[in-house]
Ligand binder design. Structure first.
Ligand code: UDP
Ligand code: MN
Length: 298
């Protein structure tokens, strides 16, 4: 699907007083969903105005990341160091690192107004369970200190690093990430869970986009709902002896089908260099590490 959708005018009117969004600046890509949410591509926002607006609101932005088992030594330092360079620079930021080995968390020099908290989690045996257990843990954290100190939170995979500015233009009540491997696929081919017995199931014809669980975000209230939904759905599947095709990501996709995201990030925000060059990818902001499952997963 190409072109600026009709509600670009609506976006213009809504954001005109702030001047953050300019969806017409990228006519070759889809910059608005059918339900009126902006799809943020490089060039469709003014980062300076977005920063100024966020500063005026005196926001605290949370960034959660899990580093369990070998993922800690392999990825955490670079993830945090690159976040210091690029994530919400100029805003108040609180990192939440979840790990079973708090003492092994690298000491990263933090800029002013930036804090890091380490939370202990138990290590699940299967990597699928480590990945899925994040939903329940995040749900509890959002109901506790994280939820009290942050206004908005991003939840990310650790096996990636920031490569360019990731600022408040990405903030919204709920934020979903277009999956870099799937954004140009026909809808019927998208890898949603199709087993109707699973709580994550989407029927043929359902599903707007395939979203990447390596990055999602939103307000504390919305994320409480999202993580609670996904944790409950996963537990329901488990009780029935089921596991969704792409684990927590399948349930996240079901949630965003039922509750449309307020903002969608283009694949530039979470890009995979293995895909190679693409004309529409101007400025990747997060780059995923090559998959090295043989040495990471048992
Ligand atoms: N993770 C972890 N230890 C594990 C498995 C997963 O810390 O043994 C965390 C880590 O943050 C990782 C995320 O869960 O980035 C999702 O797992 P992974 O990145 O392996 O899944 P994929 O991106 O390949 O779907
Ligand atoms: Mn990952």
């Amino acid at each position: 699907p190409m072109g600026v959708c009709p509600s670009a005018t609506m976006l213009l009117l809504r954001d005109n007083f702030t001047g953050v969004l300019r969806p017409w600046a990228r006519p070759e890509v889809l910059t608005c969903t059918s339900w009126g949410a902006p799809i943020i591509w490089d060039g469709t926002f003014n980062p300076v105005i977005a920063q100024k607006k966020a500063r005026q609101q005196n926001l605290t932005i949370g960034l959660t990341v899990f580093a369990v088992g070998r993922y800690l030594e392999k990825y955490l330092a670079r993830f945090l160091e690159s976040a210091e360079q690029h994530f919400m620079v100029g805003q108040r930021v609180v990192y939440y690192v979840f790990t079973e080995r708090p003492a092994a968390v690298p000491r990263v020099a933090l800029g002013p107004g930036r804090q890091l908290r380490v939370e202990h989690v138990v290590r699940e045996r299967r990597w699928q369970d480590v990945s899925m257990a994040r939903m329940r843990t995040l749900h509890e954290a959002l109901g506790g200190r994280l939820g009290r100190e942050a206004h908005f939170v991003f939840c990310m995979d650790v096996d990636q690093h920031f490569s360019s500015a990731f600022g408040p233009e990405a903030l919204a009540e709920s934020v979903a990430q277009l999956h870099a491997w799937h954004y140009h696929w026909p809808r019927w081919l998208l890898p949603f869970e199709r087993d109707s017995r699973s709580a994550a199931a989407l029927a043929q014809g359902e599903g707007d986009f395939y979203y990447h669980a390596a990055l999602f975000g939103g307000s504390v209230a919305t994320l409480r709902g999202l993580t609670g939904h996904c944790a409950r759905a996963q537990e329901q599947d488990r009780a029935r002896g089921l596991e969704a095709r792409w684990h927590d990501e399948s349930h996240l996709n079901k949630f965003f089908w039922l509750h449309k995201p307020a903002k969608v990030l283009s694949p530039e925000f979470c890009w995979s260099p293995e895909i190679g060059r693409r004309a529409e990818i101007h400025c990747p902001r997060l780059l995923s590490a090559p998959k090295e499952y043989a040495i990471l997963r048992d």
